[in-house]
Structure formats: structure tokens, C-alpha cells
Design a protein around this ligand. Structure first.
Ligand SMILES: NC(=O)C1=CN([C@@H]2O[C@H](COP(=O)(O)OP(=O)(O)OC[C@H]3O[C@@H](n4cnc5c(N)ncnc54)[C@H](O)[C@@H]3O)[C@@H](O)[C@H]2O)C=CC1
Ligand SMILES: [Mg+2]
Ligand SMILES: [Zn+2]
Length: 276
């Protein structure tokens, strides 16, 4: 949510408002962006799987058309969510990030995980419902810890084979059942680089809708061990001096914030603000 964007459960039976359409290649866009007058969008030949009332943008209701396939709409193209994260208006990115998470979840919860029958949307809360089991499924959020490990002027950064060429980032990983945030952080750092940490400090959090992570960001100090990289997951890991950093993650990511914050404190510069 943001100043311009707030989430809400809106009944698709009501008419009017804005709509976004999401297919396998991302969101439908034209020269004005991804928000279209809803009545106009619904007249286009789109292969709609489901429709969801997702919130208000500048006070106007917004709906998501989750598509089965990408169709052709004259004068329009498709743009992936990552592109919106990298550039442009952050409020629009927040709206689309939420839409993507709702679309993914609804698509993956069309059938009851317990009995296999079709589930239906309920309109007073964000849930899919199985009448047979009286079971509700809520949007999935996956807590993930992300941590900058530091040793004085040096920071520990690593590369996953999935990263853009040359980019190094902070360590991250998904929480497992039974773990606290701190347990998870200590385990992930151990698994990925075999290093021990101390003085764990929570910094802040960020929604990461790729596809449904909730990043909890921390700072931790090095406590011991030599870097041993986890096969397959970590392609390279090194200590970098704050004066000689490699290419870093995208400006709006919490990974970048954790790095920029520490570097700013180390160098006595103004502290950056985490994009919410
Ligand atoms: N916003 C940011 O600045 C950053 C966000 N991230 C995100 O953090 C998350 C975790 O980072 P990774 O190092 O990739 O995780 P990780 O170190 O836990 O390993 C990834 C592996 O975990 C398994 N996995 C996938 N989804 C899972 C889930 N929901 N729960 C448990 N295990 C799962 C898969 O086997 C996957 O290959 C990812 O979503 C990643 O995109 C990572 C770095 C920076
Ligand atoms: Mg990881
Ligand atoms: Zn059921």
C-alpha cells in the first residue's frame, strides 16, 4: 500500500473503475501505462480466467483481469512486473505487485487442496472457498530473510547463478517451518557461505512479489569462519571493501538498501530511505 494505492476486497459485480490485465507475459500496457477503463477493457477479446476487485488507486476502484493466455489488443503490448519495479512510478508498481500476487494465488487455488473440488471467490475477504470442506485458502506469502554481513569496512556479498551477470547481492533465503527469523538467517548464512554471525539487527521489510516473498531485512556482524560456497546456489562470494564495490542489485530492492545504508553509515553520508 502507499499514499495513492490501498488494497480492498471489491465485488466484481459492481461496475466501473479501472482494470489491469495480466497474462503470461506480464501486464497489458499502452502509452498511458497499465491502467485501463474497466468497461473498455472488458469489451476487448481477452481470455479472462478470473476477475478480482483489488483496491483503490487515487480513490478509484481497481480490478484485475487474470488471463489464461496473452491476446492481441490493438495499440497495446505486454510488460513484465520486473520492468515496473526497475523504473517508473512506484505506486503503480505497488498496485501491480499486489495484482500479480493475487492473480498467481487465485490461479493456483482454483481447486481445493483437500478434496479437489472447484473453489469459489468470496467477496468479504481475500480468500478462495471450498463449500464441501468449509475450507478457506488465503493468499500465500513466503517470509524470506535477507542479511548484510559486515566486518568493519568489508561487506559480504555473493552471486547466484540466477543473477544478472556481474551483480553481487546480500544473502537471502526462505524461512522453513519451525524457525524464527533469526534461526533462518543464521542457517542461510551457514548454508550459503559457512560463515557465523553475531549482533543481528532488524532493519526493515519489503514486499517482493516474485512471486510471493516478504523480505525481512537484517544487518549482522561477522563472527567467524572462512567462506565456503554452497554448490549450485552460490557462484561466487567475497568480502568487498566499501570503497570498491561490485555491480549491485536494483536501486529499489531491499538488498540494495541494506548495502547503501551500511555504506552511508560507514562513510558518514546521509542515510537512504527504504522504498516501501
Ligand atoms: N528484494 C531483494 O532485494 C531480494 C530478494 N530476494 C528474494 O528472496 C527470496 C529467497 O532468496 P533465495 O536465495 O532464492 O532463496 P533460498 O536461498 O531459500 O533458495 C532458493 C530455493 O528455495 C526453494 N524455494 C523456492 N520457493 C520456496 C518457498 N516459498 N519456501 C521455501 N523454499 C522455497 C527452491 O528450491 C529454490 O531453488 C527469493 O524470492 C528471492 O527472489 C533475494 C535477494 C534479494
Ligand atoms: Mg539464497
Ligand atoms: Zn474441499
Amino acid at each position: 500500500m502507499s499514499a495513492r494505492w490501498t488494497t480492498a476486497v471489491l465485488d466484481p459485480q459492481i461496475s466501473g473503475g479501472w482494470a489491469v490485465a495480466r497474462g503470461p507475459d506480464g501486464f497489458l500496457v499502452d502509452d498511458n501505462g497499465a491502467l485501463f477503463p474497466r468497461q473498455w477493457l472488458k469489451r476487448q477479446a481477452l481470455d479472462v480466467l478470473s476477475e478480482h476487485g483489488i483496491g483503490h488507486f487515487d480513490g478509484e476502484p481497481v480490478f484485475l483481469l487474470e488471463l489464461r493466455s496473452a491476446g492481441e489488443v490493438a495499440g497495446c503490448g505486454w510488460r513484465g512486473l520486473r520492468q515496473f519495479m526497475l523504473e517508473g512510478d512506484f505506486d503503480t508498481y505497488k498496485l501491480l505487485g499486489y495484482a500479480a500476487q493475487i492473480g498467481t494465488w487465485a490461479r493456483e487455488h482454483r481447486f481445493c487442496g483437500s478434496c479437489g473440488q472447484a473453489m469459489t471467490q468470496i467477496h468479504w475477504e481475500r480468500a478462495m472457498y471450498c463449500q464441501h470442506c468449509d475450507l478457506r485458502s488465503y493468499p500465500r506469502i513466503s517470509p524470506s530473510m535477507i542479511v548484510l554481513v559486515t566486518r568493519g569496512d568489508e561487506i559480504l556479498l555473493a552471486r547466484s547463478p540466477r543473477f544478472v551477470t556481474g551483480v553481487y547481492s546480500t544473502l537471502a533465503g526462505f524461512a522453513e517451518p519451525g524457525e524464527s527469523a533469526e534461526d533462518c538467517l543464521v542457517r542461510e548464512v551457514r548454508e550459503e557461505v559457512a560463515v557465523e554471525v553475531k549482533n543481528i539487527q532488524y532493519v526493515g521489510s519489503q514486499c517482493w512479489p516474485f512471486p510471493h516473498s516478504m523480505m525481512l531485512g537484517f544487518h549482522a556482524e561477522y563472527a567467524g569462519g572462512e567462506i565456503v560456497m554452497q554448490p549450485d546456489e552460490i557462484e561466487d562470494a567475497q568480502w568487498f571493501n566499501v570503497h570498491a564495490l561490485p555491480p549491485l542489485p536494483a536501486g529499489r530492492s531491499i538488498a540494495r538498501h541494506l548495502i547503501d545504508l551500511y555504506v552511508a553509515r560507514r562513510l558518514g553520508l546521509p542515510e537512504p530511505v527504504l522504498p516501501g
